[in-house]
Write a protein that binds this ligand. Structure first.
Ligand SMILES: [Zn+2]
Length: 307
């Protein structure tokens, strides 16, 4: 048994077909965790779809209504870059329920991984970059409303800057946002996070790890959260089709371990989300996400953060 819970639902698949976004990866991560003996069936929790009332803590009533009824304009669909479907909407509602559940379990157990989500480009009134709803932001607002967490940090290591996160939490001193990403890549413009780490094209393992470590130290010195949401994108990988950094699979695992080491040292619970990953070989993307769970077991499984 894993020392923490993993949150998964078969409905996580957005069923996008031949899209650059391999949304079947959620199922493949789940299957790989079981196949490789990293988790047992009893380690998984099944989320409920998020309540609309929770969505409305972050998103406008108009956007939630449009998504639910499929009344998106052509321009809104072009921004979203994925087709509207009932399966897509159901998947996003489930992923958001999963982000809430992962946060609750992380607070209880020290760590939890949601195997979907990290939809960090979604804004209150529109979706973009394959992200219709900001699952992590909704979960943060729910935890805060429940009084389960007051101060929250988001560490976003997806290759693309977390513009939705920055836009939603800009000026909110209860949520600290850190994004480490490729500077010359989508999105343009990049609304400021509390800490943005703009990396040059082709940045590799050593420079990446050194920069992340230096900045994590500064961030935790400035802000000690009750919980950390870790958006662990697989797309800084050197074989990624939508990324321009040069991290190896091993380098990405070192990245995960570094984030978890800091959290463990400071007894901060962590809830993770996979976010992007568009490697030429989908099995590489899946392995990078599986490695995040392995890194969590290696680092956070040793001692549990206090409840
Ligand atoms: Zn990305």
């Amino acid at each position: 048994m894993a020392p923490f819970k993993l949150v998964y639902h078969p409905g996580y698949d957005l069923h996008l077909g031949e899209h650059v976004f391999p949304s079947q990866k959620y199922r493949l991560i789940y299957e790989a965790l079981l196949r490789d003996g990293i988790a047992q069936p009893g380690d998984f929790l099944t989320p409920e779809p998020a309540a609309d009332a929770d969505m409305l803590r972050v998103h406008t009533p108009d956007w939630v209504h449009k998504l639910k009824t499929g009344h998106l304009t052509l321009q809104e669909l072009m921004h979203l870059e994925i087709p509207w479907s009932r399966e897509m909407v159901d998947a996003v509602w489930l992923a958001t329920g999963g982000a809430i559940l992962a946060g609750q379990r992380a607070l209880a157990d020290g760590f939890a991984a949601n195997l979907a989500g990290g939809l960090h480009h979604a804004h209150p009134g529109h979706g973009e970059g394959f992200c219709a709803i900001h699952d992590v932001a909704v979960a943060i607002r729910r935890l805060q409303a429940d009084g389960a967490a007051r101060k929250v940090m988001v560490v976003d290591t997806d290759v693309h800057q977390g513009n939705g996160t920055a836009a939603i939490f800009g000026g909110d001193h209860s949520v600290f946002t850190l994004s480490i990403h490729q500077e010359h890549n989508y999105p343009f413009p990049k609304p400021p996070s509390d800490m943005d780490i703009d990396l040059a094209d082709g940045t590799g393992d050593e420079d990446y790890i050194a920069m992340l470590e230096k900045k994590l130290m500064v961030a935790f010195d400035e802000f000690l959260p009750d919980i950390l949401y870790y958006i662990a994108g697989a797309d800084p990988y050197r074989e990624d089709q939508l990324g321009g950094l040069s991290l190896t699979i091993e380098g990405l695992k070192r990245r995960d371990r570094l984030v978890f080491e800091y959290a463990r040292r400071l007894s901060i619970p962590v809830a993770s989300a996979p976010a992007g990953g568009y490697a030429r070989r989908t099995e590489d993307t899946v392995q990078i996400h599986v490695n995040t769970v392995i890194a969590a077991r290696e680092i956070l499984g040793r001692t549990r953060a206090p409840v």
